[in-house]
Design a binder for this molecule. Structure first.
Ligand code: UDX
Length: 435
């Protein structure tokens, strides 16, 4: 099949490369000339494990193309995917759909023969109807169907998530479009991946409901962690104890500094807005957003408490990991963007290391000094904070860290280490929910 992918951001690039790897001919389209130039040279603009090899192989084998001018590809496509950004709109918190609608206009002028137009971008309920209306208005004669097909890709594991998903959701009542979507995802039938066919609005809502539920699950365990600290219980055992109940499930029960990233913060807020607009407020999610926001400030207070003073003037804090999770260079809504400035506001000097995110983070975290490695970030610091659980922070030479630190204080916001081990090494050790 022929696929045109509009938008070569995270989702578009991963999806385009994976569809090409499924054997389809895919053209990825973007308006940003520097991005397309880099991709044509084989440079991948984001850090995602395995993506460079996947792109290179499919380009070499003639199934994956990049272009600024998508006209031809859109004309020839069996399916045109819209995978453009839907950032939070300034001022009101709704999703900004201008890029989606611009893509719809572009498609409208070009489609030729029966075409399935697929929204991969995360879009509020009813956006598919709007996309359909835009295309119909320009081309009342066009033969097409608009399908919702949300992505559930985790950064750092996106290729695995695309190729071995728990499910694929396809929102359309058009049988011909369903057949096209089934063909596109045919390789997944080998591992019997369920495809949930449903209405378009339902599919749009599934995406938000999934992300909001996961954000709520994390927030729930974070609150349990706070309670554990007060009552002398262990949140990891609580997570295990409840997670083995199949109705709850053990995943996404790792307590931490609060969720961040390109999806959960933006999508929870957008869902809250949509629900309020329709007069059916989602109070659990409203509270989730509030609790998660407050948590980040609380994490800075936790660091200060471990040092033993709220006046951090003259203190240096070493920070390991600034991206919102490991195996990505993505800084979008990373908890570090709140926690580090809060530490600075208390007077601290912050020195940090991140294996992939430092370049991006340096623009966003004013006054933070970026170091070349974990040990350099520890050197001379009054406390070392583990903020993102990159694998390389799991096996630090603890004796070396202790020698480098000015004071042997470690605040482990990801529960990477065991308290007994840290105490044996002579650290003052604080972690999350292990009272
Ligand atoms: C998420 C969804 O998982 C994915 O399905 C969706 O399509 C996009 O958003 P992503 O943002 O890449 O993916 O990362 P994810 O692994 O879900 O983590 C999100 C945030 O939650 C991170 O800040 C992470 O540290 C945090 N988290 C996750 C926890 O604090 N505890 C957990 O148990 C899991």
């Amino acid at each position: 099949m022929r696929v045109a992918m509009i938008g070569t951001g995270y989702v578009g690039l991963v999806s385009g490369a994976c569809f090409a790897d499924f054997g389809h001919v895919v053209t990825c389209i973007d308006k940003d000339p520097s991005k397309i130039e880099r991709l044509e040279r084989g440079e991948i603009p984001i850090f995602e494990p395995g993506l460079d090899d996947l792109v290179a192989r499919n380009v070499r084998e003639g199934r994956l193309f990049f272009t600024l001018d998508g006209a031809q590809a859109i004309k020839e496509a069996d399916a045109v995917f819209i995978a453009v950004g839907t950032p939070t709109r300034r001022g009101d918190g709704h999703a900004d759909l201008s890029y989606v609608y611009a893509a719809a206009e572009e498609i409208a002028g070009l489609i030729d023969g029966y075409t399935v137009v697929v929204t991969k971008s995360t879009v509020p309920v009813g956006t598919g109807d709007e996309v359909e209306a835009i295309i119909k208005k320009v081309r009342p004669d066009a033969q097409f169907a608009v399908v919702s097909n949300p992505e559930f890709l985790r950064e750092g594991a996106a290729i695995e998530d695309f190729k071995r998903p728990d499910r694929v959701v396809v929102g359309t009542d058009d049988e011909r479009a369903q057949a096209v979507m089934r063909d596109l995802y045919r390789p997944l039938s080998l591992n019997e991946t369920p495809i949930v066919f449903t209405g378009r609005r339902t599919s749009e809502l599934i995406k938000y409901a999934a992300n909001a539920f996961l954000a709520m699950k994390i927030t729930f365990i974070n609150e349990m962690a706070d309670l554990c600290e007060k009552v002398g219980a262990d949140v990891q055992s609580v997570a295990k104890g409840i997670g083995l109940d199949k109705r709850i499930g053990g995943k996404f029960l790792n307590a931490g500094p609060g969720y961040g990233g390109s999806c959960f913060p933006k999508d929870t807020i957008a869902l809250v807005k949509t629900a309020q607009q329709y007069g059916a407020p989602t109070r659990l999610i409203e509270t989730t957003v509030e609790v998660n926001t407050a948590r980040k400030k609380a994490m800075a207070d936790k660091v200060a408490a471990a040092i033993g003073t709220t006046n951090l003037a003259g203190k240096t804090i070493g920070v390991l990991g600034v991206t919102f999770k490991p195996n990505t260079d993505d800084m979008r809504d990373a908890p570090s963007l709140d926690i580090l400035p809060a530490l600075q506001a208390m007077g601290a000097k912050v020195q940090a290391f991140d294996p992939e995110g430092a370049k991006e983070a340096a623009h966003m975290l004013e006054g933070v000094e970026f170091k070349a490695g974990a040990y350099e970030a520890a050197e001379g610091a009054d406390a070392l904070v583990i903020l993102t659980e990159w694998d390389q922070f799991r096996a630090l030479d603890l004796d070396r860290v202790k020698l480098l630190l000015k004071a042997p204080v470690v605040v482990d916001l990801r529960n990477v280490y065991k308290a007994a081990e840290m105490e044996r090494h002579g650290f003052t050790y604080a972690s999350i929910g292990r009272g």
